[in-house]
Design a binder for this molecule. Sequence first.
Ligand SMILES: Cc1ncc(COP(=O)(O)O)c(C=O)c1O
Length: 432
Amino acid sequence: MNNFKQNSLLQQRASRVLPLGVNSNFRYWGKDITPYVRKGKGSHLWDVDGNEYIDYRMAFGPIILGHAYDEVDAKVIEEVQNGVLFAMTGELEVEVAEMIVEMCPAVEMVRMACSGTEATMHAIRVARAFTGREIILKFEGNYHGFHDYTLWSTYAPVESYGSRRSPIPVAASSGIPRVLGEKIITLPFNDFEGFERVMQSFGDQIAAVITEPCQGNCGAILPEPGFLELIRQKTTEYGALFILDEVKTGFRIAAGGAQEFYNLKPDLATYAKALGNGYPAAAFGGKKEIMEIIGHGVSQGGTYTNNKPGIAGAYATLKIMQREPVFATLNSRGGRLMTGLKEIFEDNSIPVAFNGYPAMFSFAIGLEQATCQRDWAASDREYYLRLAEAAINRGVMPDFDPREPWFLCYSHTEADIDRTLNVYSEIVKTVK
Ligand SMILES: Cc1ncc(COP(=O)(O)O)c(C=O)c1O
C-alpha cells in the first residue's frame, strides 16, 4: 500500500476552500483516495507523498509528448519573456493557424480558443448562424464540454434515457435551463436506423450534428464502419452542418486526427488537448465559406484566445509532430499495451471488450462488445475500479473512471509498457 498521508492532509485543507477540494469534479475520486500531484516528467508523475506512477491519464489527454517536455517548455519560456498577452495579433499565432490548416484535412480556416468547451461552443454558434437553424443533434455518452448547449445525456444512468426509438435528453447538471432541452436531440451512438429516421423527420430543422469520432468520454467506443460516413451524407442531404469534435482525437490518433484516420471531411472540427501538450490552446475550424461568416454578424473572441503560453505550446508541439515519429511510436507502444492487456484478460477467461486506438483506448469488462453507452453501462465497473485501485497502489495510474480512456504519450517507454503488463497480469489474478 502506498503512503497517502500528505494526500489526505492536502485534501482536507483543499476542501475548506475548493468544492470537493478540487478544481474540476473529474479530479475528485473520493475521500482519502484522491491523489494530489507534486510533479510530472515524461510518462511519470509523483504525488505529494512522493509516490511515483506511470501516468495513463495524461491530464485527460492533452499530454501527447510527455510531462515537462523540454523543447516545448523552452519555447514557451522564450516567448513569454516578450510578453504574455496582447490586444493584438502576433506572428506566432498566424504560424500555428497555418500549421493546423496544413495538418487537418478538413480545416481551411481556423480560430483559436483556450479550451475544448470554448471551441465547441463557438462551433455550435457558427453552425446555428450559418444555417439559420437552432437544433443540435448529439449522441448519448458524448461530451462536448461544460457549456449548457450539449451537456445533455452525457453521464446520466442510461435508464433515464427512455426508449431507443425516442430518447429523452437528460441534463447532466442542475442549473442547465430546461428550455435548452427543446434545442437538442439525443440518440444512441452507432444507431444507423434511428439516425436516418430522425434526419428524415427533423433534418431540415437541425443546425448541426456534433459527434466525437469515437466516444472518448464513454469507453472509447468506436464508430461502426459507415456510421460517420452516414452522418456526413445525411447532414449534406438536409443542409445541416457536421461538427466533428476532435478535442480528444485531434493531434492524437494521427497528425490530422480522425479526419485523416477515417478520410472524412466534416464541415467544422474542434480541437484542444493534444494541440498544446498541456498548455491552454484550443481551436475550431473548417470550411472557408462557413468560417468566413465570423466577423460578419457572427461573434467570436476572447481575451485569452491568443495567450502566449498556449500559442507557443501549440507551435512547439506541432513542430515536433511534423518532425518526429510521434504517431508511429504511440501506435506501436499503445498497440502492444492494448494487445498485452487483452491477452491477460483472455488468459484469465474474463470477457472484455477493447475499444479505441493505441494512443487512446478503453476496455469494458464483462462484455463481448459495446457499440453505445446503453451497452457499455452493463460492463463490470466495480471490478474495473478494484483493478484500477490495485494498479495505482503498484505505481500504474489509469483513470478511476472506466469511461475515461487510457492515454499514451510519446515518452512512454517499452519499460513502462512491460511494467504495466506485469502489474495487470498480477492483479487480474489476485483481485476478484
Ligand atoms: C470530446 C471533448 N470535447 C470537449 C471537451 C471539453 O474540453 P475542455 O475540458 O478543454 O473544456 C472535452 C473534454 O474532455 C472532450 O473530451
